[in-house]
Design a protein. Structure first.
Length: 237
């Protein structure tokens, strides 16, 4: 692990100061949490896999001119990233009904949405990340109208690109969560945090095998083995 100064420790990652101004080091832990950390387990190898998958998916965003915080992978568990001021929102894009939308709105799991649905959640563990709307976000100053428009546009573009990428390997992108930040160097908007099977729902189009954190949430098998299979399907290893 780096000897740089620890700045923040989250549920699945640690952020350290970076080697240069306006950079940070993002370290992927093996810790798995669910239900706002009520469920917790250390799953050996998860951090390394998520580092690889997030690197791979962020590079796909870069190749498609979608600004993001990723600079380069620097070790098995660490990546160099642009320092950002994180916007306190979780942006969820849904193609198929699963998880909280089913419980909250009584939607049948597996319903395919005609157009992707975007939802915003306020990042606040004490409040259990409540769902919020545009008015809350603008009124409380978490973002403004113009930036929120960009966030939605980028989220839908990420969805189009990743959905297609996964479809090519017969995997369905059910939903995923993005976080956004503003780079400390120039205040520009970027996709931040991680994009990994911890923050997406993915399942095989044919046999419905899962490759995401629901395996851990609902004790559906060996999560690390499933993530490894995803690495292979994506051609990363
Ligand atoms: N998600 C996430 N972090 C969160 C909440 C959700 O990465 O704190 C992801 C989750 O893995 C899924 C999508 O966002 O891919 C939608 O999650 P949902 O709202 O259905 O909540 P959940 O069922 O995970 O509680």
């Amino acid at each position: 692990m780096t000897t740089q100064k620890k700045i923040y420790e989250g549920k699945a990652k640690i952020i350290f100061s970076g080697p240069r101004e306006n950079t940070l080091i993002q370290y992927f832990k093996d810790d798995a949490t669910a239900f706002n950390a009520k469920k917790f387990k250390v799953l050996a190898g998860k951090g390394e896999i998520n580092n690889l998958i997030s690197e791979y998916l962020m590079q796909i965003l870069s190749n498609n001119k979608i600004p993001n915080h990723f600079i380069k992978k620097i070790s098995n568990r660490e990546q160099l990233i642009h320092q950002c001021k994180i916007i306190p929102l979780e942006v969820v894009v849904r193609n198929i009904a699963a998880g909280s939308i089913c419980k909250r709105l009584g939607i049948k799991e597996g319903k395919i949405f005609k157009d992707p649905i975007i939802e915003f959640y306020y990042k606040n563990d004490e409040l259990n990340d409540p769902i919020v709307n545009n008015s809350h976000i603008i009124s409380f100053g978490w973002s403004d109208k113009e930036e929120l428009f960009k966030i939605k546009k980028i989220s839908l573009k990420v969805n189009r690109i990743l959905k297609k990428k996964f479809e090519k390997i017969s995997i369905s992108l059910i939903d995923f969560k993005l976080e956004f930040g503003r780079k400390t160097s120039d205040d520009s908007l970027v996709v931040a945090d991680e994009i990994s099977p911890d923050s997406c729902r993915l399942c095989d189009v044919n046999n419905k095998e899962k490759f995401d954190k629901d395996i851990f949430r609902y004790d559906k098998g060996n999560l690390v083995e499933a993530y490894k299979k995803l690495l292979i399907r994506l051609g990363i290893i």
